[in-house]
Design a binder for this molecule. Structure first.
Ligand code: ASP
Length: 357
């Protein structure tokens, strides 16, 4: 080949390479990430909410959503975003998950959590753990490091310790606000009051400043659904369950298909509310089935299950949901649900009451 020909080939190859690099650089990512978060549903009403309490919840939702969005924006997986957000909530006494969890009638904090990967239908769940600081990370470890889907109680905590997850004294989860709320409920119902838990700080001399209206925290579970740039959706939920629960009661949150579900074939859902109804209806899977079998848009499927099927049973609560094509939804039949959502390139939306979008 002559030198002229060689130069020509070299130039052509260079142009081709540059063009393909430019095309590659211009190509939008396969999927725009999206995230939807809840911090529990319940009797959360503007009329009885103090401005300070409302501001505290909005700030917490803002921080959580930004953390999740940051993970997804850096190309992180939906599972990573979910775990990062829920770990923050589990450390925040505002929410009924991890530290800040409600008490059982026996005066304990028993924590439940689940996570599910929509790309392969793998799932991990734990119920009744009392020593693992971040139950959502334990649920993920069950999914990724054990041959099982669900572990309970002391065995689940032992597995957590074995895989190196932080263990704490059960009193770590104690908050005065939740303790007083338990005592109040048990007194009203004429039930025995358990001993103040060992390791709890001394009882305050005066009453606590009313931080929120009574019953606002009947619920307070946290949950996240996310779509990552690879197009995978996932769901995660973490809770202390319902206040004054007895006999090792477990709600919907760690039950795959009830309070938590994800499949790239349909949708990902995390629920909050009176778990017994959500278990009976298989709420999370029911919504995804309507998307999969009936081809319903996500919002319509969610509203049908929450406003028709759940209400028909007199159940209360709500859900957040997402699809691999980026539909985001929330639906609840309570006066409020702490919630936030954001899509890549879009604005972060934070809402509390049912008269907000
Ligand atoms: N669904 C949870 C449970 O029944 C409670 C909640 O969402 O607040 O355990």
């Amino acid at each position: 080949m002559s030198n002229g020909m060689k130069r020509l080939f070299g130039t052509c190859a260079g142009v081709l390479l540059a063009t393909s690099l430019a095309v590659h650089a211009q190509q939008p990512p396969a999927h725009h990430w999206a995230i939807v978060i809840h911090g529990g549903a319940g009797v959360i009403e503007r009329a009885t909410m103090s401005p300070e309490t409302e501001a505290a919840y909005r700030a917490a939702l803002n921080q959580a959503a930004r953390t999740g969005a940051g993970v997804l924006d850096r190309g992180g997986s939906s599972l990573d975003a979910i775990e990062a957000v829920i770990r923050i909530f589990e450390d925040d006494p505002l929410f009924n998950a991890g530290r800040g969890a409600v008490f059982t009638a026996a005066g304990k904090n028993e924590l439940d959590a689940a996570i599910m990967d929509g790309s392969n239908l793998k799932a991990g769940a734990v119920a009744g753990v009392t020593r693992t600081r971040h139950p959502i990370s334990l649920a993920r470890a069950v999914m990724e490091k054990s041959p099982h889907v669900m572990l309970i109680g002391a065995g689940a905590d032992a597995f957590a310790a074995q895989v190196g997850l932080e263990q704490v004294d059960p009193s770590f989860f104690f908050t005065e606000r939740r303790w007083q709320s338990l005592v109040k409920q048990l007194k009203q119902e004429g039930r025995p009051i358990p001993q103040r838990p060992a390791g709890a700080p001394p009882a305050p001399s005066g009453p606590l400043a009313a931080f929120e209206p009574p019953n606002a925290h009947k619920f307070g579970t946290v949950g996240v659904v996310a779509l990552d740039r690879a197009g995978n959706i996932a769901a995660g939920t973490s809770t202390g369950g319902v206040q004054a629960k007895q006999w090792g009661r477990v709600g919907d949150s760690p039950i795959i298909g009830a309070g938590t579900y994800a499949s790239n074939q349909s949708c990902a859902v995390s629920a909050t509310g009176t778990g017994e109804y959500f278990i009976r209806l298989g709420v999370a899977r029911e919504i995804c089935n309507l998307v999969y079998f009936k081809g319903l848009p996500l919002q319509q499927a969610a509203d049908q299950v929450i406003h028709k099927e759940l209400e028909a049973l007199h159940g209360d609560g709500g859900i957040v949901a997402i699809t691999p094509d980026g539909q985001m939804a929330w639906s609840f039949n309570t006066p409020g649900m702490y919630r936030a959502r954001q899509q890549e390139g879009g604005k972060l939306q934070i809402s509390i009451y049912n008269d907000e979008p």
